[in-house]
Design a protein around this ligand. Structure first.
Ligand code: G4P
Length: 526
């Protein structure tokens, strides 16, 4: 197969949702359709069970499961589908944001009882930053949920995206009878307790087809016809272009656990979802079809066993062909490395691979040379853009409890930051170091790992910081003047970028008013 054919048959996407909406269940059903797994229950949830935890190591063990399930490749109808799973627990939200940089599109699962939840809104913001195409799956139609039109309005309102239903539920909860496929104009009837197969689809010629009467009672049929008329009246006809540019989200209804409405979703997805797209480096846009390999690292998973300190770096292939055993150029370090140990992720397993194509995710064993955001290439120097850091939510000062171990602490902190466990801010004045995280869990993780892997004992003291703001000004003198004025609150992130550590929202607003020529960003790339 040519490189172009390989690219054309690849679809790489992420599944995201608020915890419990049904992400794991849907992933499993997609794998079942693809024949990648044979039995239900094979996909382990990477959800973290907070009630069962006794300490964070348990959580890490639970999280370890997610290495196997964090990328799942399978073949479906001659296509190579790569699903990137995202951690359910919100303390690991940063992981999810980074994973979204490695996908070409997203399927968002929404619970029909709960509607759009907080985590869904945050994830959508990240999708919007890169105009990632989003497809919605409204799940759990076997439960008494909210009115479908109301749910669609809520998606438009809260997620700030236009919607276009491509399937429609016939009833809901106890009265759930099936989904009408607006994309293909056919009907799939639901039989509770049974797993539907693709052959069961009833081909009909639109909702006015009289044969519909054979399958649905009068009341359900009347309601469906009324609903469809309203759908066609209210929503613009579906145009793939508006989906691909991220302005419209096609919406499907179903029940993942009953395997219902999933085929409609998957079969439409493979037709409309984008193939691997070109990506920007600092120097130029690189197209997947280019001969020379390039890719970037979006995730690093550490081996928790201190005797085996190797880690797996997840590389998204962006152009050319990756070949195991080849020498590739590490742009940040300006060095060439040979990668003889490369892994692909197929369904539930890792397996050694010899080559990979744009859209694929390759796992590289690493002993500390790679970090999140790194670019590998066949000589090209530009770094891939687009793995920004977001301002953390919680901040604490690192206090070294063992002066003899300052070097180990420094090394440990830097390596753990490279893995993306947390963010480090070093103050310009003095030696103060502040760590920022999304959730409280990461402080436990850091403390434990610093001690057990690097022999450095630390504690974390509270500090009064509201947000880390990356600062910029078009006029360097103005920026210098600001930094001088606020030097006590100026730090650098791990890339050396200037950050203003704002103590409160009100104070930040005041500073912004006083220094109108300075830009304050809650994100490191702008
Ligand atoms: P997540 O990965 O998004 O966190 O969600 P997950 O798939 O683990 O699903 C959360 C719960 O919702 C699970 O129940 C799952 O069985 C249930 N679920 C998923 N899809 C549907 C659906 O279409 N209808 C209904 N009624 N429930 C659904 P659980 O009790 O937490 O776990 P389990 O013991 O059933 O596995």
């Amino acid at each position: 197969m040519t490189l172009e054919q390989e690219i054309q048959r690849r679809k790489t996407f992420g599944i995201i949702s608020h915890p419990d909406a049904g992400k794991t269940t849907l992933t499993e059903k997609l794998l079942l359709f693809g024949g990648a797994i044979q039995t239900a229950g094979a996909v382990k949830s990477n959800k973290i069970d907070m009630h069962a935890r006794s300490d964070w190591m348990d959580i890490e063990k639970q999280r370890g499961i997610s290495v196997a399930t964090s990328v799942m490749g399978f073949e479906y109808k001659d296509l190579k589908i790569n699903i990137l799973d995202t951690p359910g627990h919100q303390d690991f939200a940063e992981d999810t944001y980074r994973t979204l940089t490695a996908v070409d599109s997203v399927i968002m699962v929404i619970d029909c009882v709960k509607g759009v939840e907080v985590q869904t809104e945050k994830l959508m913001e990240v999708c919007r930053m890169r105009n990632t195409p989003v497809l919605c799956f409204i799940n759990k139609l076997d439960r008494e949920g909210r009115d479908p039109f109301e749910l669609l309005d809520e998606i438009e309102d809260k997620l700030d995206i236009r919607v276009r239903p491509l399937s429609w539920p016939v009833g809901m909860g106890k009265g759930f009878r099936g989904v009408y496929n607006l994309y293909e104009n056919n009907l799939n009837l639901f039989e509770p307790g049974k797993t539907k197969k693709t052959e069961d689809v009833i081909e009909i010629k639109g909702v006015d087809d009289p044969s519909l009467e054979k399958y649905l009672p009068d009341s359900a049929m009347g309601q469906l016809r009324e609903d469809i008329e309203l759908v066609e009246g209210v929503y613009d006809p579906f145009e793939v272009e508006t989906y691909l540019n991220g302005t419209t989200a096609p919406v499907f209804f179903g029940s993942a656990v009953n395997n219902f409405g999933v085929r409609e979703l998957l079969d439409c997805f493979i037709q409309i979802a984008p193939n691997p797209k070109p990506r920007e480096t600092e120097e130029r846009e690189i197209k997947p079809l280019e001969d020379r390999f390039s890719g970037f690292i979006f995730k690093i998973h550490a081996n928790m066993d201190p005797r085996h300190r190797n880690r797996i770096a997840f590389v998204r292939v962006c152009s050319g062909k990756f070949q195991r055993g080849s020498n590739y150029y590490h742009v940040r370090q300006d060095k060439t490395f040979r990668f003889s140990n490369a892994t692909a992720f197929m369904a539930q397993q890792k397996e050694t691979i010899d080559q990979a194509f744009p859209g694929d995710i390759v796992g590289l064993y690493d002993t500390g040379n790679l970090k999140i955001g790194d670019t590998l290439s066949e000589g090209e120097k530009g770094l891939y853009k687009g793995i920004p850091s977001f301002s953390p939510e919680l901040f604490k000062e690192v206090i070294n409890l063992d002066a003899m171990k300052a070097k180990q602490l420094e090394k440990g902190l830097l390596q753990l930051m490279d893995e993306g466990v947390a963010q480090l801010f070093s103050y310009e004045m003095g030696v103060r170091k502040v760590v920022g995280t999304v959730g409280a869990l990461q402080f436990e993780v850091l403390q434990h790992r610093l001690q057990h892997e690097y022999g450095a004992r630390v504690k974390f003291d509270p500090v009064n910081i509201y947000k880390a703001c990356w600062i910029h000004a078009n006029d360097d003198e103005k920026l210098d003047a600001f930094v001088k004025d606020k030097y006590r609150h100026i730090a650098r992130d791990k890339e050396g970028k200037l950050v203003f550590m704002a103590e409160s929202k009100a104070w930040l607003q005041m500073v912004q008013e006083n220094f109108p020529e300075i830009e304050f960003h809650f994100i490191s790339e702008f």
